[in-house]
Design a protein around this ligand. Sequence first.
Ligand SMILES: Cc1cc2nc3c(=O)[nH]c(=O)nc-3n(C[C@H](O)[C@H](O)[C@H](O)COP(=O)(O)O)c2cc1C
Length: 149
Amino acid sequence: MAEVGIFVGTIYGNALLVAEEAEAILSAQGHKVKVFEDPVLADWQYYRNHYALVVTSTTGQGDLPDSIAPLFHDIKEQVGYQPELHYGLIALGDSTYTHFCGAGKQFDALLQEQGAQRVGDVLTIDASEEPEPEAVSNPWVESWGARLQ
Ligand SMILES: Cc1cc2nc3c(=O)[nH]c(=O)nc-3n(C[C@H](O)[C@H](O)[C@H](O)COP(=O)(O)O)c2cc1C
């Protein structure tokens, strides 16, 4: 059993839907899970010694949604190095935009710079190909959750 914090960045709710389905799957696997819709740094700090799952869409031109942008900036400015962190990353986007899944990619790049350990590959979900993002994310979450200790 692991503790997992799910950190959500969304504009229209697709990423939140993915996060809520992930919460159900991981809970059914026996993990202790909490979803943060407007995450702040204090929430993040707790999960540095557990697992963080970032689920974010992209807005603007490769930008982070307002719900998760403050967390990103606080991690960048105040955390620095976090090699103890284990995380997963689900990025929602649309490949008709220039910066496909730009927000999720920025988040992953930041955590990699800070020495964090990613569990599994980044999952990118393309809204132009997949009308139901949870159909793609659910199997990914199932196997991601099975890797947690
Ligand atoms: C105004 C606007 C800007 C967007 N910009 C991007 C972008 O730069 N890159 C990308 O991959 N997707 C972009 N998207 C697509 C969204 O990330 C995608 O539709 C996603 O599924 C929305 O999820 P959400 O409901 O959680 O916000 C944009 C969508 C809108 C409406």
